[in-house]
Design a protein around this ligand. Structure first.
Ligand code: OFO
Length: 169
């Protein structure tokens, strides 16, 4: 049986993950509309990852005999001044998600729900990678000022990103 407080926190997190996918979909549109097809691909991979995260939380609630309660997904923004701003927001958003997951993990320990603490371990590790990949791209964009030939090559690098279906252990 799933602890009630954890069930509520995970339901909120399902909404956050769905919002994350919606935000990145909006960023994918911004990139595509500005001729950055590689960065649009990068963001579309991000969308798939977030949908997966939402589904992992969803499946966990069901597996533990809890109740999934989906809520409205808030509207993401759709205008940015430039690509550097897009990636600054991406990194900021991932840091925000890391802090939420840490809070749920702390709650699980407080509530002595060790199964949930163990389940959350995958997300804690995943966030390290999520932050690193956004920060890496942001640093490259800042270094090159996201202009000219450098931007062209970074767009090609972003085009190579592929979605790999993760497996929860
Ligand atoms: Fe981007 O990691 Fe889920 O939200």
């Amino acid at each position: 049986m799933l602890n009630e407080k954890i069930e509520k926190a995970i339901n909120e997190q399902i909404n956050e993950e769905l919002y994350s996918s919606y935000l990145y979909l909006s960023m994918a549109a911004y990139c595509a509309q500005n001729g950055l097809v590689g960065f649009a691909n990068w963001m579309n991979i991000q969308v798939q990852e977030e949908l997966n995260h939402a589904k992992f939380f969803f499946d966990y609630v069901i597996e533990r005999g809890g109740k999934v309660a989906l809520e409205q997904i808030r509207k993401p923004k759709h205008e940015w001044s430039n690509l550097i701003e897009v990636f600054e927001e991406t990194l900021g958003h991932e840091r925000h998600i890391s802090s939420r997951i840490n809070d749920i993990a702390s709650l699980a320990i407080e509530e002595k729900d060790h199964a949930s603490a163990s389940f959350l371990k995958w997300f804690i590790d995943e966030q390290v990678e999520e932050e690193a990949s956004a920060e890496d791209m942001l640093n490259k964009l800042k270094m090159t000022k996201a202009e000219g030939a450098a931007l062209f090559f970074l767009d090609q690098e972003a085009q190579k990103r592929v979605f790999v279906q993760p497996v929860l252990k």
